[in-house]
Design a binder for this molecule. Structure first.
Ligand SMILES: *[C@@H]1O[C@H](CO)[C@@H](O)[C@H](O)[C@H]1NC(C)=O
Ligand SMILES: *[C@@H]1O[C@H](CO)[C@@H](O)[C@H](O)[C@H]1NC(C)=O
Ligand SMILES: *[C@@H]1O[C@H](CO)[C@@H](O)[C@H](O)[C@H]1NC(C)=O
Ligand SMILES: *[C@@H]1O[C@H](CO)[C@@H](O)[C@H](O)[C@H]1NC(C)=O
Ligand SMILES: *[C@@H]1O[C@H](CO)[C@@H](O)[C@H](O)[C@H]1NC(C)=O
Length: 603
């Protein structure tokens, strides 16, 4: 079993200490023996990872399927096609279905099915499509299907809304769901007919793509559900979904949406560039949050927007792009000194990684899925370098490559060069090292939780995390050279100036919101709505109204001119969210100039 194998296996340090007498006799001989030994150690490490891949693959796949209703062995109560995040119900309670996790999991399943690797999965995919089409229509605290509800992060496993306070909305979900379903749609076009896809699958995909096209330029909670700002992972997957969405729409003859998707995709690609931090050489994960910005968010974005046809393009932050490699190094290095289990590891060898160095959630430990993501980004890079028969070292990626070959300089190295051979072999060993670390902390039964202890590597937090299994499978696939279909990332150009989703419209108007609402002591009225200045439907940062003429509550806010403005009032008691106004949203079109006043009554 994987964990036991590593614990009992031959350790590198152990091998070297056996040779200590030889070192003293002759330094030259020592160097020779050492270099032969490093090759041996690399082979041993590779064999160990081979063993892990062989034993863990079936366990990871079974672990993933066990968490999908209606017949998964660990997902009792989940309806058909519903993916639970984990069977854990206490500390933490993850027995819910997240749109992000479910879509990433089904992307793996759809990849396996459409590639022919496992043709038994069609029923699961059909259940998923049905379940998600139902969830899209469930009114929830983020709104209805047409007023922002698609951005709701998670639901109960019986397909009802989760109504307690949460970090909402999370705008990566609809994009990831569209990406999974677009891959299935492309298979259905070949396997059945365009008209079948137009009538059955396209309406579901279009709802998500329309949402992305309309709302990408509003703030969102990040994939870790903590920071409300703009987030690289979200922006990157939104971009991808609109590109492949435009291609699918064209194939289906749905031409009316194409130019809007393409326009917004170009706007998003422009915005995407702004996350790059040239001074420190990494991609900043979030525009808010007050942290270092070093975050697994960015490696995850690279692997989930990998398009082998795009080579090492840095505008889409492809896995082998200089920016993504530089960023990966900065991210990995941020965990070297903070986790006890990383102590004693060489500064250019694989280390356990977590979500972000400042993390304290459930102890802020390494995660299986983030450590697997590092390996996957490196394997993806190797696929491209080997496919292209060359590798570029730029001033941006120099520090990444110098970890393995301090003498390397900026340049292009053909596959026939020894530099190419040295660097690709080193990157392969580095990548395997991340899987070897996960292997070391995988218990003998192969179960993968969310985290493992930063102090001793024992499993922590949610058991059997579905995403841990999915991430392990995709990393294994990349190691074996498996890629999934591209999405049109090749040859894109970044617009010269960045436009907002509104196409560059400017100007705001002052709107006074008046609402008649009786309240009790300690209870206050807040407003939140569909534009930045109305806090993008956030309940946490909703704006407090004042009541000089109680029971009329009032606030004046600048909103975009000539725009569709939607909003609701909410009640909080002593600052704690209590309730939303009932549906539908309040709505008006703001004037081109001047001011506007609403006269509402709490519903
Ligand atoms: C479509 O795929 C299913 C499942 O793989 C197969 O049974 C069926 O024959 C295929 N139909 C066509 C028209 O290719
Ligand atoms: C909206 O897009 C503009 C232009 O790229 C950008 O400056 C702004 O930060 C974006 N806002 C959000 C919340 O995405
Ligand atoms: C290396 O750079 C050259 C010139 O910029 C480019 O044409 C080529 O595609 C790059 N190769 C890789 C593997 O990135
Ligand atoms: C697998 O092993 C871990 C660690 O010993 C344990 O917590 C978990 O319950 C086991 N899972 C199963 C399904 O036996
Ligand atoms: C609200 O009342 C004010 C003052 O009576 C009035 O000027 C304004 O037009 C009203 N707003 C709407 C939307 O009817």
């Amino acid at each position: 079993m994987p964990g036991g194998y590593f614990r009992r296996g031959l350790h590198k340090e152990g091998v070297y200490s056996l040779l200590a007498p030889t070192f003293q006799e002759s330094p030259a001989k020592m160097r020779l023996v050492l270099s032969a030994l490093s090759a041996c150690v690399a082979v041993l490490a590779q064999t160990s990872v081979d063993t892990y891949v062989a034993t863990e693959s079936p366990i990871a796949k079974a672990g993933m399927l066990a968490n999908i209703g209606p017949s998964g062995s660990k997902s009792e109560g989940a309806l058909a096609g519903i993916v639970i995040a984990s069977p854990s119900t206490v500390n933490p309670d993850y027995l819910y279905t997240w749109t992000r996790d479910s879509s990433l999991v089904f992307k793996v399943i759809i990849d396996q099915f459409t590639s022919g690797a496992d043709t038994t999965l069609l029923g699961q995919i059909q259940n998923f499509v049905k379940a998600e089409s139902i969830l899209q229509q469930v009114s929830n605290p983020s709104g209805t299907v047409s007023t922002g509800g698609l951005g709701e992060p998670h639901f109960n496993i019986d397909e009802t809304a989760f109504t307690a306070a949460w970090g909402r909305p999370q705008r990566d979900g609809p994009a990831l769901r569209a990406t999974a379903m677009i891959e299935y749609a492309n298979w259905l076009i070949k396997n059945t007919s365009v008209s079948n896809v137009v009538s059955n699958l396209w309406p579901i995909i279009q709802l998500d793509l329309d949402y992305v096209a309309a709302d990408w330029n509003q703030t969102t909670f990040d994939l870790w559900e903590e920071v409300d700002s703009s987030s690289f992972f979200t922006t990157a997957v939104q971009h991808r979904s609109l590109r492949e969405g435009a291609t699918l729409a064209t194939a289906l003859g749905q031409t009316s949406v194409v130019s809007n998707y393409e326009t917004q995709a170009a706007n998003i690609l422009c915005f995407l560039q702004s996350y790059w931090n040239p001074t420190d050489g990494f991609i900043t994960a979030n525009t808010g949050g007050g942290r270092s910005g070093k975050d697994a968010n960015t490696a995850l974005a690279s692997i989930h927007t990998f398009d082998p046809a795009a080579g090492c393009d840095a505008t889409t932050f492809q896995p082998c792009s200089d920016k993504a490699l530089s960023s990966l190094k900065v991210y990995v290095d941020s965990f070297r000194s903070i986790y006890t289990i990383n102590s004693g590891i060489a500064s250019n060898a694989a280390a356990a990684t977590g979500r972000y160095p400042e993390d304290t959630y459930m102890g802020g430990n390494p995660w299986f899925l983030t450590t697997a993501a590092v390996a996957e980004q490196l394997y993806d890079a190797l696929i491209v370098w080997k496919g292209q028969g060359s590798l570029n070292v730029t001033s941006v990626s120099l520090a990444f490559f110098q970890q393995f070959l301090p003498s390397v300089t900026v340049g292009t190295y053909a596959a026939s060069s020894s530099t190419f051979t040295t660097l690709t072999a080193a990157v392969e060993t580095f990548a395997d090292g991340f899987l070897a670390i996960n292997a070391k902390y995988t218990p003998t039964n192969g179960s993968l939780s969310e985290q493992y202890s930063r102090d001793d590597g024992t499993e922590l937090s949610a058991a059997d995390l579905t995403w841990s299994y999915a991430a392990t499978l995709t990393a294994f696939g990349a190691r074996a050279g498996v890629t999934s279909p591209g999405w049109g990332a090749a040859g894109l150009t970044v617009p010269a100036t960045c436009q907002t989703s509104g196409g560059g419209g400017t100007g705001t108007v002052a709107v006074t919101f008046n609402v008649y609402a009786t309240t009790f002591f300690g209870e206050n009225i807040y407003i939140t709505g569909n534009v930045d200045s109305l806090q993008d439907w956030s309940t946490d940062t909703a704006l407090l109204l004042s009541n000089p003429d109680y029971p009329i509550w009032t606030i004046t806010v600048d909103v975009p001119a000539s725009s569709d403005i939607q909003y609701k009032y909410i009640r909080k008691v002593n600052g704690v969210f209590e309730e939303w106004e009932s549906d539908p949203n309040n709505e008006f079109t703001s004037p081109a100039s001047g001011t506007y006043t609403t006269n509402d009554t709490w519903r």
